[in-house]
Design a protein around this ligand. Sequence first.
Ligand SMILES: [Zn+2]
Length: 560
Amino acid sequence: MKKYIFLAILFTGCATQIPLSEVTSSDSLLEYSDRITPEFLRQHLEVIAHDSLEGRDTGSRGQKIAADYLADYYTGLGLTPKGDDGSYFQHFKLNAEYTDSLVYQTFKIQESDTIRVDHTVESKDSYGEYIRLFGGTAPLAGDVVFAGFGLNDPERDVFHLDGTDLQNKWVLIFEDIPYVVDGDTLVNPNITSNSRIRSILVDKDAAGILLISNYTPGEFNELAAISSSLIGNPSNLSLAYLDNNRAAAGFPRGFKQISPKMATQFLGLENEDELFKKREELVRTITDFQAVETPYYVEYTPYDGPGYIETENVIAYLEGADPELKDEVLVLMAHYDHIGISQPDETGDTINNGADDNGSGTVALMSIANALQQAAESGYRPRRSVLFLHVSAEEVGLLGSRYYSDHPVIPIENTVANFNADMIGRSDPENIRRGDTDYVYLIGGEIISSELDSLVQVGNEKSVNMRLDRRYNDLQDPNQFYRRSDHWNFGRLSVPFVFFFTGVHEDYHRPSDTVDKIDFEKLSRVTQLIYASTIKVTNYDGRPEVDNEQFIEITRRLPR
Ligand SMILES: [Zn+2]
């Protein structure tokens, strides 16, 4: 059924030429596309993707610097602000899990005595014997039980989770799973790290997991320092006005890494060499071992901060020339937030510059605004209006675009279409290999509105004439790009959209997504295509009709 519908979508969506009769000359407007240059784009991208913006994480200092930069830019251009109170900023509030510090107290129970053996405070400027990997949104306390590799694998007679009750206990396990040792399969290859976590925390209802990794004390400290520096960053963000169920947010159970020192103590060993030997011995006796109690008890308390953050979309507006049509708007959109600072990559870099994701789309909008404004100053304006919408909080769940779509500054019924530019500055490995990098992926368009697709096609023919690749326009596509970026917040309201995209690459969401990897010639061509398509849509007599509401219906029903 799905497949049948999908084929119907493809075959009715074939692009046809639309006769365009225009009052305002598109051709005069198109001449201004030469203002879109690789140099212009580079100049702004070097700022947006600069290290000092620290990866533009939603709500962070760097994101605010980027927002200010955009607002200053539009002020300089003279575009109309369309944010709150006559500013360019549309502020909104996100609920967040906001941890100031995590406190771990470790006790040894000796006959009638309870001795505190460790007190670790994990915070922005302190760390100790524990590292939070994830979870732990609730206070947790319990005895420590050693469960070997933490596996139950009946087929191979491995029962590490049996022998003692694990409910509400901390389960101490070795991190690596010895699937194959000396050619012998010891563990079912279908057991994964994730399924192991599930069986301990869900099936056995443990309080948490304490993980023993193969780190030297020095390596552990290095990792602990980096991890603790990330504490205090908000996580699990959600739009405050949509969040009815804060208690359900987050993951209360704990998943922690412990230092080799703490591991040797829990296991009653002398030093790290013995820890290594213990692991070896466990591999040899993997079928004999069952979980055992230790004399230790761990109390864990997270301390929460304010619980929300504030962020903003940046919105500028260029009014159209046609008195009949200027109330209608084309929304050009690009998210300007990114994922901030993360664990270091192999070069030690921790700043996710997000040059392609989505500095590229951000500077594309800036340069289109510049070209249109220069045209306007010479007396050429498109018939309809254009809204430049720089959204925040994309990387944390498309929240900025969701906020805008629920709080539009131009009514949604007057929004004739949405263009989203997200990652348009590079080429993917497949096309590079084939030496065919003069392309862009179009997503949306023909599967929603064949008219909108035709307008982009005409825009392309009138400008850069690059290869328009519609391969991702497919409900069955495993990537699901048609609902994976901000445009879907317009799509869900039946606003036809086109998502311009040049594909994923090896630097996606890594600190190596940097300016030097950007193909500025290409970015400039894709931007010119978006510019030409903008003119075609804003000057078109009619509104691009949604002729495939079915697609939107099906997509709405898909599980998130
Ligand atoms: Zn993106």
